[in-house]
Design a protein around this ligand. Structure first.
Ligand code: BGC
Length: 746
């Protein structure tokens, strides 16, 4: 570039940049790289370090508030992005400071945890996963992005794709459950949903896959705790969903709080540089989790904050969230030759690239548009999709006969219903722990929705018990209400604070005295429908033994009331399938369907086999489980070949029949097992699924295909390959109740 005087440069350069770079997907990678390199060549070291610094707005903390976010820092060019800024006026004010007060006028990123919606809230991710519907989940991410971007935001800290096998961990609510295949499809769907086809459009935003890596496996299920898993488990179970997000083009990755094999992920070179950037070819940037750079000192690998900055940057971390440690230390580290400026340039390049792709250099105010905000926020389109997704997330766990017919759906001619429980007439706790900037005024309670749907039925509501504590003073009133009614609907479970970040529980029973309340209500002899709403699998063994009808819902968001009422009344036939196994007691945890066989697999007649002496090995409800008001029968499983070569396609067909009295949707699941391999393999692995809607009495032939690629695994040398031999194929409506055939790979 031609030499210009500084003052002229300050004035002219951004204009040149803004005008000539057609950013977003219109620009080729080379063109973006060229623009970024030319901008970096103009930057001072301080300005570069500024780009690597991310602060939270003081007003809306989502973690310990260690660094005071100071607006002057923006004007001084010492900030690359801000998060948790609410309201377009605030976004505008801060962006204006960045693009008018700083020398190079580099726009800011505005981040937020848009986890399952922003103003209109969709079901929590764990519930969304129970839809087994990646297309629908993609749409919900698209609409969440549409709403959030209209509020000035351009970067979401989502999807969280941490596989979770331990329901004590509070953050199972934010992920897609225990299965690798399902979680990987959802990871891809969400990235595509948020980022869309045109990142520079005003209604798409950069996604951030988190928490890299294996944050979902803390010892004892305790949040932030050490993770200690084998390389094989890491590669086979935990890494694939992050990889799926990277393959889908995710623009940022968040490093996790935990360590892996003795190395905290925020300073983990193997993970951030060798695997993510070199091997997987990730082109976006890596941001730390909240103060996780600073926490390298507590981990005991950094002697002070400067050392922490050095370790994190050298490992491949590009942006420091909230520690302020890059900002305070990198310059000195460069002058002391402890950090190479080229390394800083590499990080800056990755961040600026994303800013270009978002269209921020063309228009830093692209995402600020009050008119669009008014039109889009809680629009009919978003509210409708939130309802559809909420309905599809609902899992029917049990529905037994009560005086000769199933208790659910509710009979049409009911005169009196008792509605009991702390979630029956509650708004905020229907939204989950990360409910964005939810508009609670548009949330309808279950009481309100059910009353609308059943205008001729008297619905009497009593809370009965609260979420936590030991207070039973509401029991009597609840019992009296129940005694006057024909049927009881109890809506119990967890409130927002009982799951999510920093909400691990050692006891995953239904909290407080809610179960005691049920035990009292059952004594009245009235039929009870129990709706359990929670951010994680809970222990439901007593309910399963004693109650005729049980529904599980995660927190379903803004349209919870309407979705649950639609299922209760039969307007919607439930179709959700569990994305995690539900244990019988907490001692079974961790429990997951794709476990190994062991050398002494369970045998009831042989004491010296792998089992508990006080509880079965099986979960109460297996992965993939969920009933419908109708019933489905699987039969005639046929494989088109008994043997396949590595280039063949195996066609698997079976008949699915709707054998009940309702039209309904089934999620047909296909699992495989490698019977003998050079290393041990899981007893089942999900490889495909299909959602099928059948009218009552209807039957269809369904087909799946498998190729040798679907049979790959890491061998003893950690090479990803398939091996010849015998395989079992299973098909069914959950991971337990399956029909089976065998084939051989030559
Ligand atoms: C969480 C992240 C979140 C970040 C910003 C952290 O405490 O672990 O998931 O994105 O805060 O809110």
């Amino acid at each position: 570039m031609k030499k210009l005087g500084w003052s002229l440069l300050i004035f002219v350069f951004p204009i040149i940049t803004l005008c000539t770079c057609s950013s977003g997907n219109g620009a080729s990678n080379d063109e973006v790289d060229r623009k970024v390199d030319s901008l970096i060549s103009l930057m001072t070291l301080d300005e570069k370090i500024g780009q690597l610094t991310l602060y939270a707005n003081d007003l809306n903390p989502t973690g310990p508030q260690k660094t005071t976010f100071c607006e002057n820092e923006i004007s001084n060019g010492r900030v690359g992005g801000v998060f948790n800024v609410l309201g377009t006026d605030n976004v505008y004010r801060l962006q204006k400071q960045a693009v008018t007060n700083t020398r190079l006028r580099i726009p800011l990123l505005f981040g937020f945890d848009v986890i399952h919606g922003f103003r209109t809230i969709f079901p929590i991710p764990f519930a969304e996963a129970c839809t087994w519907d990646p297309e629908l989940i993609k749409k919900s991410a698209t609409l969440a992005a549409k709403e959030a971007t209209a509020w000035g935001l351009n970067w979401t800290f989502n999807p969280m794709v941490d596989i979770a096998r331990d329901p004590r961990w509070g953050r199972v609510s934010e992920g897609s459950g225990e299965d690798i295949f399902l979680a990987s499809l959802i990871a891809k769907a969400k990235v595509q949903g948020y980022q869309g086809d045109d990142l520079s459009a005003p209604y798409t935003m950069a996604a951030c896959v988190k928490h890299f890596a294996a944050y979902g496996a803390p010892i004892g299920g305790r949040d932030y705790n050490t993770v200690d898993i084998s390389e094989r488990t890491l590669s086979e179970v935990y890494l694939p969903p992050y990889k799926a997000a990277v393959d889908a083009g995710v623009l940022s990755v968040m490093s996790s709080f935990n360590e892996l094999d003795g190395m905290p992920c925020t300073a983990n070179k193997k993970l951030l540089s060798q695997l993510l950037k070199d091997e997987w070819g990730f082109k976006g940037f890596v941001v730390s989790d909240w103060t996780s750079v600073k926490e390298l000192t507590a981990h005991g690998i950094a002697k002070d904050e400067a050392h922490a900055a050095e370790l994190a940057l050298k490992a491949g971390l590009d942006m420091d969230m909230q520690s302020g440690i890059f900002s305070e230390n990198l310059k000195k580290l460069v002058s002391n030759n402890l950090v190479d400026e080229q390394q800083i340039d590499n990080a800056v390049k990755r961040i600026l690239r994303v800013k270009y792709l978002l269209g921020l250099f063309d228009n830093p105010y692209l995402y600020i548009d009050k008119k669009r905000q008014e039109e889009i926020t809680a629009s009919q389109e978003i509210m409708d999709l939130a309802l559809l997704e909420a309905k599809k997330s609902i899992v029917l766990l049990k529905n037994e006969n009560y005086s000769n017919s199933k208790l659910l759906p509710l009979k049409k001619n009911l005169r009196k219903i008792a509605l009991i429980g702390p979630l029956a007439s509650n708004r905020i706790n229907l939204l989950g722990s990360w409910h964005g900037h939810a508009d609670t005024s548009i949330v309808k309670t279950i009481l309100e929705s059910l009353s609308e749907k059943l205008p001729n039925t008297k619905i009497e509501y009593t809370q009965g018990a609260s979420f936590t504590g030991t207070d039973k003073s509401g029991f009597n009133k609840a019992i009296q209400t129940v005694q006057k009614s024909e049927i009881v609907i109890c809506v119990i479970g967890e409130n927002n604070a009982l799951s999510g970040e920093a909400a691990s529980r050692s006891n995953i029973d239904i909290p407080g005295v809610q179960l005691d309340l049920l035990k009292e209500l059952i004594k009245t002899g009235k039929p009870i429908v129990t709706i359990v709403m929670a951010g994680r699998p809970l222990i439901l063994d007593w309910l399963e033994e004693n109650l005729p009808a049980i529904i599980f819902t995660g927190q379903l968001g803004t349209r919870s009331g309407d979705a649950i009422s639609a299922v209760l009344t039969g307007e919607y036939n439930p179709s959700g399938k569990l994305a995690m196994s539900f244990p019988r007691n907490v001692g079974q945890v961790p429990i997951f369907y794709n476990h190994k066989n062991t050398g002494r697999p369970f045998d009831a007649k042989d004491r010296y086999t792998s089992k508990y002496i006080d509880v079965s090995n099986e979960p109460l409800y297996p992965f993939g489980y969920g009933l419908s008001y109708t019933t489905f029968n699987y039969s005639d499983l046929v494989l088109d070949k008994q043997t396949i070569s590595s280039t063949d396609t195996l066609k698997i067909t079976f008949t699915l029949k709707n054998t009940g009295n309702f039209d309904g949707e089934e999620t047909c699941q296909l699992y495989i097992r490698d019977m003998v391999a050079s290393v041990t393999r899981p007893v089942k692995e999900l490889k495909a699924f299909k959602k099928v809607y059948l009218k009552k009495g209807e039957q269809v032939i369904i087909s799946f295909t498998l190729t040798a690629n679907d049979l790959k695994f890491f061998n003893e040398d950690m090479i990803y390959q398939y091996e010849p031999g015998e395989f079992a194929v299973f098909v069914g409506g959950n991971s337990r109740d399956l029909i089976e055939e065998k084939f051989e790979l030559l």
